[in-house]
Design a protein around this ligand. Structure first.
Ligand SMILES: [Zn+2]
Length: 526
C-alpha cells in the first residue's frame, strides 16, 4: 500500500482569512488519501507565522521521515500550505523526490500548476548549472596541474612520445613513432607540400596518430608541424575549451603555461621548427593570394602525383612557348626532374586539360545522389570512443561504492590504527577517482570532436545539395575544398599511356579532414 504522510499548516495571524483550519485541512487530506487507497501513516502540523521553512518543527519531522524513506507520498491541502516561497518549495520538492517520494495537493494538480512547471524548469536549470560547475572544476584542475609543471594527461601521449610514468606528468621519446615525426619535419624543411608528406606516409603503411588507420590527412601533418612541444620547449594549457562554443577545442599560446625543461624531450631543433612555421605561414599567405587569381591551377599542392614514381606533379610553365611568342601555359610536371636515376622522366600535362577533367569528375560525383549518402553512412558507422565512457562510468561507480563502504566501516571502529589504515584506503581511492575522471574528460573531448564530425557529415550532405546546383559558380577556394571533401586524387601518366590519368574520389575516413574541410565548406557556402 502507498504510505502517505499528511502535512497541514496555519498561520496564526490570518487563519480566518485563509478559511481553512488545521482540522479542515486534515479532513480533506484524509478523504483525498482514502479515495486513492493510500494508507495514512502520520499527520504533521505547524502553527506558524514565520516564512522560514527550516523553523517549522512539523515540516522538519516530515522531511526526516521522507529522508528515511518512511513515506511514498506527502499530501498537502494546497501548495501555499507547504510554502509560499518558490525557493523553499523547490528545496522541499527536490528533497522528497530525491528520496523516492512525491507531493500531491488536494486542491491543485502540482504537475500542471505554474509552480510545478517552474519547479521542473528550475530542476533542469540546476542540472545545467551542475554540469557547468563540473566543467569549471575540471578546467581549473587542469590549469592548476599545468602551473605545477606537469602535462595535462590524456589517453594518448603526443605523437612521437609515450608517457614517462603512470602520473602522465612528462613524456619520453617513443622509439617507434619519433622517427616519423622527424621524417615529417625533414620533408617539410625540404619543401614538400603537406599533402605530399601525408601521401608518402599513407603509402608506406604508417599508422596515423590515432592508430586507427594508415590514411594520413594533410591536417594531421599540419598539426604535427605546428606543435611547439616537439622542440622540447614544452607548454601546457594551450589547448582548451572555447569559452563561447563549449564543444570546441581551441589552441592559443597566449595564456599557455611553460613547462620545466626536460618535461618533453626535443625531437626537432628550435631553428628547424621556426623555419617550418615560416614556410607554413608563407604557404598560407600565398594560398589566400592565389584565391583571388581565378585561373589558378586547381591541383596545385599535392592532389596530382606521377603514376610511375609517385612524386608530386608540381606546377610550372611550358618552356618553349616564349620562342613562338605565345604566353606560356601552366603544366603539371613530375618532380622527379628527369634525371638518370628517375626512369619516368620529366613528363608533364597541360594544367587546363587535367583541371577540366578533374572538375568534370567532381561534378559527376556530386550529381550522383547515392555517392555522398553511401560515404556518410560508412563514416557514421565508426565511433572511436564506443564503450569507453560506459566502462569508465562503471569504474567510477565501483570506486565510489568502495569508498562509501570504507566510510561506513570507519564510523564503526574506534581503533585509531585501524582508522588510519581505512583513511589511507579512502585517500587512495580518491586519487584513483581523480585519475579516472581525468581520463573521462579526455575521452569526452575526443568524443565531442567525433560528434562534431558526425554533425559535419550532415553538413556534407547539405553542402552537396547546395553545391550541386551551383557547380559552375564556385570560387577557386570552394573548388579546392570540394577536392578535399571528396578526397580527390589524380595519377598522371605520359602521353603514350592509356589512360593518360586516373581520378579517384574517397571521402576521408579519419576525423580531422572530415571535421576540418566539411566545416569550412559549410561556412564558405552559407
Ligand atoms: Zn615521376
Amino acid at each position: 500500500m502507498t504510505r502517505a504522510a499528511i502535512y497541514v499548516r496555519v498561520s496564526t495571524t490570518n487563519q480566518e482569512e485563509e478559511g481553512t483550519s488545521l482540522s479542515t485541512q486534515e479532513e480533506r487530506c484524509r478523504a483525498f488519501a482514502a479515495a486513492r487507497d493510500y494508507g495514512v501513516i502520520e499527520v504533521f502540523s505547524d502553527v506558524h507565522t514565520g516564512a522560514q521553512y527550516r523553523d517549522r518543527p512539523g515540516l522538519s519531522a516530515l522531511r526526516d521521515l521522507v529522508r528515511a524513506r518512511g513515506a511514498d507520498v506527502v499530501i498537502c491541502y494546497a501548495i501555499d500550505r507547504l510554502s509560499r516561497n518558490q525557493a523553499h518549495l523547490y528545496i522541499i520538492a527536490e528533497d522528497v523526490e530525491e528520496h523516492g517520494g512525491r507531493i500531491e495537493f488536494v486542491t491543485e494538480n502540482f504537475e500542471d500548476s505554474a509552480i510545478g512547471r517552474f519547479l521542473r524548469s528550475a530542476s533542469a536549470f540546476a542540472g545545467e548549472v551542475e554540469r557547468e560547475k563540473m566543467i569549471e572544476r575540471t578546467m581549473r584542475g587542469k590549469h592548476a596541474r599545468a602551473k605545477s609543471g606537469k602535462l595535462i594527461p590524456a589517453v594518448k601521449a603526443l605523437y612521437g612520445y609515450r608517457w614517462r610514468d603512470a602520473s602522465k606528468a612528462a613524456l619520453d621519446v617513443d622509439p617507434d613513432t619519433a622517427p616519423i615525426v622527424q621524417r615529417i619535419y625533414r620533408e617539410a624543411l625540404a619543401g614538400s607540400p603537406l599533402r605530399v608528406i601525408a601521401k608518402g606516409l599513407s603509402k608506406d603503411g604508417i599508422a596515423t596518430p590515432s592508430g586507427r588507420s594508415t590514411s594520413w590527412s594533410h591536417t594531421a601533418i599540419r598539426d604535427i608541424l605546428k606543435h611547439p612541444n616537439y622542440t622540447g620547449n614544452a607548454v601546457a594549457w594551450a589547448w582548451r575549451r572555447d569559452p563561447k562554443r563549449k564543444t570546441r577545442i581551441v589552441f592559443s599560446l597566449d595564456d599557455a603555461v611553460t613547462l620545466p625543461a626536460g618535461t618533453v624531450p626535443a625531437l626537432v631543433d628550435l631553428e628547424s621548427w621556426q623555419s617550418v612555421q615560416e614556410t607554413l605561414t608563407v604557404n598560407k599567405a600565398q594560398a589566400s593570394r592565389n584565391n583571388r587569381a581565378p585561373r589558378m591551377t586547381l591541383l596545385r599542392g599535392g592532389y596530382a602525383t606521377c603514376g610511375y614514381c609517385g612524386r608530386n606533379m608540381h606546377v610550372t610553365r611550358q618552356r618553349n612557348s616564349m620562342l613562338n611568342g605565345r604566353e606560356p601555359k601552366s603544366i603539371y610536371m613530375c618532380s622527379g626532374g628527369g634525371s638518370h636515376a628517375n626512369p619516368c622522366g620529366s613528363h608533364a600535362i597541360l594544367a587546363a586539360t587535367l583541371d577540366a577533367a578533374v572538375w568534370e569528375r567532381v561534378a559527376q560525383v556530386l550529381m550522383e545522389p547515392g555517392f555522398i549518402g553511401r560515404e556518410v553512412e560508412r563514416l557514421k558507422a565508426t565511433d572511436p570512443t564506443s564503450g569507453q565512457l560506459e566502462k569508465l562510468d562503471r569504474q567510477v561507480a565501483d570506486v565510489q561504492r568502495r569508498q562509501s563502504n570504507l566510510m561506513r566501516e570507519l564510523s564503526m571502529f574506534d581503533d585509531p590504527a585501524l582508522g588510519a589504515d581505512i583513511r589511507k584506503q579512502i585517500n587512495d581511492l580518491s586519487q584513483r577517482r581523480r585519475e579516472l575522471e581525468d581520463e573521462r574528460s579526455a575521452i569526452q573531448s575526443e568524443r565531442a570532436l567525433w560528434e562534431q564530425a558526425q554533425a559535419n557529415l550532415d553538413n556534407l550532405t547539405l553542402w552537396r545539395d547546395t553545391v550541386a546546383t551551383n557547380l559552375d559558380d564556385l570560387s577557386y577556394e570552394e573548388r579546392r575544398l570540394a577536392l578535399d571533401a571528396l578526397g580527390i586524387e589524380v595519377k598522371v601518366y605520359r602521353k603514350d599511356h592509356d589512360p593518360r590519368y586516373e581520378i579517384t574520389a574517397t571521402i576521408p575516413v579519419i576525423g580531422p579532414i572530415v571535421f576540418d574541410t566539411c566545416c569550412s565548406i559549410y561556412r564558405s557556402v552559407m
